[in-house]
Design a protein around this ligand. Structure first.
Ligand SMILES: Cc1cc2nc3c(=O)[nH]c(=O)nc-3n(C[C@H](O)[C@H](O)[C@H](O)COP(=O)(O)OP(=O)(O)OC[C@H]3O[C@@H](n4cnc5c(N)ncnc54)[C@H](O)[C@@H]3O)c2cc1C
Length: 372
């Protein structure tokens, strides 16, 4: 949380000198990918099952296999999962409760108000504000943008750009990205079901865990089944439970592209049902073969759903680790980026970090230190 989008190291040095000295004694080992710990020279994982398991773990963090996942993320998660009392956390009340807390911290959030463009000064050197429904909202300190990086060129389309900004946007639009998601949200009648014997979270490998990386992280294989009513029964009406099964970033957008303009609705619905069969298989494994006969509500979400409702470029999970921006700085004074396209990348804790770094970057290091 001491990091800044402008990479000014002073707050880091003041607050975390001992940890920094430790890091400096192992140059590059934490910042690079996990490959040297999987495939040598630092360490070689030879056990096939362990390799598959590390690939699966990495994939759920980063959307890519272990060798390509940042070593820092792998180190942290392996440590965190295996420490005494380590658990997978579920927010009581659902993810919306995290959003509510963030809104409380920020002070105000406008919903359903799309930013049409980010407005720069006449020379394209400093940010002036954002345009929302034709109206300029002026920025006092700056603009922090967490829209995915691929949206940035469109948001700056009509603005005068410096050479440097041109180059920055060229790189931005080609940022490599991870695949998308397929979702099945269901409410099931829980009559006669021993809910207390179920777990809150399962990971099902529809085609098996053992195999090479391509297999483990391959098409529709790794499926998460989230069953939060075990911990928080109030999430669903009495006599029912709610489950969310999803392909974890292993659904290809290209399969769906033909339907992005609408058109053949029946064809789209049929494809959704066909692709979601693996998700039903995973729910059957958790609930039992009669799961389908218990359905009260059923929604299937495709990569197009992601694209449309989350404003996600090609429905992607986020930027591939190899394409992450090192920090949120841009060639435009006062315009700072954060979110899953910026180091440390995908995940709520990670994007909260890049968000904090962006906010820190808009104030002096002295003011930042005073806020602790
Ligand atoms: C199914 C699923 C499960 C996940 N599970 C976990 C988990 O268990 N733990 C975890 O830590 N992470 C998890 N993640 C990852 C995590 O949710 C994301 O990495 C994180 O939410 C990304 O945050 P972000 O701010 O970068 O982007 P987003 O959350 O996508 O936020 C960007 C926002 O900007 C809005 N926007 C875009 N363009 C405009 C515009 N022009 N004007 C106004 N608004 C705009 C979008 O609508 C969106 O609301 C999961 C992700 C998915 C899809």
């Amino acid at each position: 949380m001491a990091m800044r989008s402008d990479s000014n190291p002073v707050p880091l040095f003041i607050r975390h000198l001992p940890e920094l000295l430790g890091l400096l004694s192992q140059p590059d080992q934490g910042m690079g990918p996990f490959a040297p710990y999987m495939n040598g020279p630092i360490f070689t994982v030879t056990d096939p099952w362990l390799r598959s398991w590390l690939d699966a773990l990495a994939f759920s963090l980063s959307g890519v296999e272990a060798a390509e996942t940042p070593a820092s993320a792998m180190a942290y998660v392996l440590f965190d999962m295996h420490r005494q009392g380590g658990t997978l956390d579920y927010p009581k009340g659902g993810v919306g409760s995290i959003v509510d807390e963030l809104v409380r911290g920020v002070g105000g959030v406008e919903l359903s108000r799309k930013v049409d463009e980010i407005v720069l000064d006449e020379e394209g050197r400093r940010v002036k504000g954002v345009r929302v429904r034709g109206e300029l909202v002026s920025a006092k300190e700056g603009v922090i943008c967490n829209a995915a990086i691929w949206e940035l060129p469109g948001l700056l389309e009509g603005q005068k750009k410096t050479e440097e900004l041109h180059r920055f946007l060229e790189v931005a639009k080609d940022t490599p990205f991870t695949r998308s998601y397929l979702h099945l949200h269901v409410v099931l009648n829980s009559t006669g079901l021993d809910v207390s014997s179920l777990r809150p979270h399962y990971t099902v490998f529809d085609k098996g865990l053992a195999g090479d990386s391509d297999h483990v992280v391959g098409d529709s294989n790794m499926i998460a089944v989230s069953n939060p009513c075990v911990l928080d029964p109030d999430l669903s009406e009495e006599g029912t439970i709610m489950l969310h099964a999803y392909c974890c970033g292993n659904e290809d957008y290209t399969i769906w592209e033909d339907w992005q303009g609408g058109g053949d609705r029946a064809g789209y619905e049929a494809l959704k049902r066909e692709r979601a069969e693996c998700l039903w298989r995973s729910i059957n494994k958790v609930i039992g073969e009669d799961a389908r006969s218990r359905v009260v509500v059923e929604y299937i979400g495709s990569p197009l759903t992601h694209r449309r409702f989350l404003n996600r470029f090609k429905g992607t999970y986020g930027a591939s680790p190899s394409g992450l921006l090192k920090n949120g700085n841009t060639p435009v004074e006062g315009l700072v980026l954060c979110g899953d396209s910026v180091f440390p990348g995908i995940g709520v804790p990670s994007v909260a970090l890049s968000g904090a770094a962006a906010a820190n970057g808009l104030v002096t290091w002295w003011k930042q230190l005073q806020s602790y």
